[in-house]
Design a binder for this molecule. Sequence first.
Ligand code: AMP
Length: 277
Amino acid sequence: MVIKTVEDLQEVLFRVHSSGKSVGLVPTMGALHDGHLSLIKRARRENQATVCSIFVNPTQFNNKEDLEKYPRTLDDDLKMIEDYVDFVFAPTAEEVYKEPATEHYDFGDLEKVMEGPMRPGHFNGVAIIVKRLFDWVKPERAYFGEKDFQQLAIIKSLVKQYHLDIEVIPCPIVREDSGLALSSRNKRLSEYEHKQAANIYRILQESTHLETTDVAKIRQFVADEIAKVDTFRLEYYEIVDGETLQPIQNLNDTDSVVGCITVYCGEVRLIDNIRYK
Ligand code: AMP
């Protein structure tokens, strides 16, 4: 069932909640692929009703061209997920932003690194849409991919700050056989760029097998390898504490360590990450 308005969504969900069913929410921006589907299937396994939202959220784009070029494939999306979801919420921007987006969220140090400074306003836009979806859907559980590692930390912080009774479920990154993390943006890569893009994960994996725990050396290795691939331009590679997202100096500094990368492949901005421990 495809729902277009907030009013219809709340009405339908009111009935679901009243019948005592648990609800799982999977927020997406559409152009769905097997990564999204893995979240949806998990939500379906763990809840009695599943809601998938499909909405290209303008407030989280700090680049107008990126917003305009973002792929929109609603008909294909609906076909892909119809057997797995109970409700698809696919509103217009006018519907979502009937109430203007004036909310201001503060995620402290979590938003001062990596995607934060690179995409000013991005996480505030993410928090605005996710908080509104949470308020409208009132899910028991919400599913987010580890591909957007910093976003996941931001959402966990949102839930904590507002004392929301929602379990945030992190889901593993789904990759192509080549290792390339599935992403809606991959649709914008040329055939050649697509092939080259698989080098991101190869390089990240190689970086986990170096004979050093010195983060500066590992970052240098990744930067050097990325520079060898034509079509690539490295935006950042940070090795951070997996909880606080703050940079570390040595892999032994903390128990949870993740390397987060953003690379332009041609014109397309790709992100990925890998766990060191
Ligand atoms: P998006 O439509 O890109 O906003 O993504 C919607 C959700 O799907 C987010 O929680 C993403 O982290 C997640 N997601 C996107 N790509 C993947 C992937 N390759 N594997 C797992 N989750 C993903």
